[in-house]
Write a protein that binds this ligand. Structure first.
Ligand SMILES: [Zn+2]
Length: 260
């Protein structure tokens, strides 16, 4: 742990003007980035003492838990989801707390050490996929190709007896066990929400894209904030830096007077 304190204490300080500026920078540079890169940019903006390789190396569940913690610090931890019922097609809305989705980290997670899987004469060390692995996948590739690439990247070493074996040469039953073991080692990689349709009572699990959700919230926040800067700068000729350095309540006070 760094001197910056627990992850929660750092996020609690996220309203500091330096963090606001860092988040705005992350927002403006992330427009053309992939969803995974956007997520990493946001995390690096709030916890700059950890370099990109730290965030890139976190398994997806740990990364998303940090993103939920960030969501709680910046936007209050209440999430709002909209879904269409797969049974009757009705649109439904639901609210939930970030902590209901997964436990929020009390300590900064670190990239996982490789785990060992034994299968007959094989000994395979592997790690769960991280953001870099997902970014490396080709969207146009088939499922078989994607699985092969993930195994190639996430199998750290494999031996049959004393002989080293490439991931692509592992027998099919072992490859299937490896995929299942990767999921077991990172159960939060695929966050699911329990949803029930109020119209027809159909119940199902919906995937939650934490990175995409937080990005949309941040995008709204940044655009609203810059609109406030625009109004105040035009009326008072204050600089963007000075306006962003104001506490939100004071900014609101001046905006109310301008818009009265
Ligand atoms: Zn329904």
């Amino acid at each position: 742990m760094s001197a910056a304190g627990t992850p929660a204490s750092r996020v609690a300080a996220a309203s500091a003007s330096s963090t606001i500026e860092a988040l705005l920078r992350a927002w403006e540079t992330a427009y053309s980035a992939s969803p995974a890169e956007r997520a990493l940019g946001l995390l690096a903006a709030v916890w700059p003492e950890y370099d990109r390789s730290h965030w890139r190396g976190l398994c997806l569940g740990d990364r998303d838990a940090c993103l939920l913690l960030l969501q709680k610090g910046l936007f209050g931890g209440r999430l709002h989801a909209v879904a269409a019922c797969p049974a009757c097609g009705d649109r439904l809305e639901t609210d939930f707390d970030a902590g209901e989705v997964c436990p929020l980290p009390a300590q900064m997670p670190t990239p996982r050490e490789p785990s060992l899987l034994k299968h007959r004469d094989y000994r395979v060390y592997f790690r769960p996929p991280c953001s870099d692995d997902i970014d490396a996948l080709d969207d146009t590739a088939g499922q078989g190709e994607s699985v092969a690439l993930l195994l190639q990247r996430c199998v750290v070493s494999a031996h049959c007896g004393r002989e080293a074996v490439a991931a692509a040469q592992l027998p099919a039953p072992l490859r299937r066990r490896l995929i299942a073991a990767m999921a077991d080692h990172d159960p939060l990689a695929d966050l699911q929400l329990a949803v029930e349709c109020p119209s027809c009572r159909h119940a199902w699990s919906a995937s939650l894209d934490v990175a995409g959700y937080l990005w949309e919230e941040l995008d709204d926040w940044a655009q609203d904030l810059l609109a406030e800067v625009h109004v105040l700068a035009r009326n008072y000729a204050w600089s963007e830096r000075d306006i962003l350095a104001m506490a939100p309540a004071r900014r609101r006070f001046y905006l109310d007077m301008v818009q009265a």
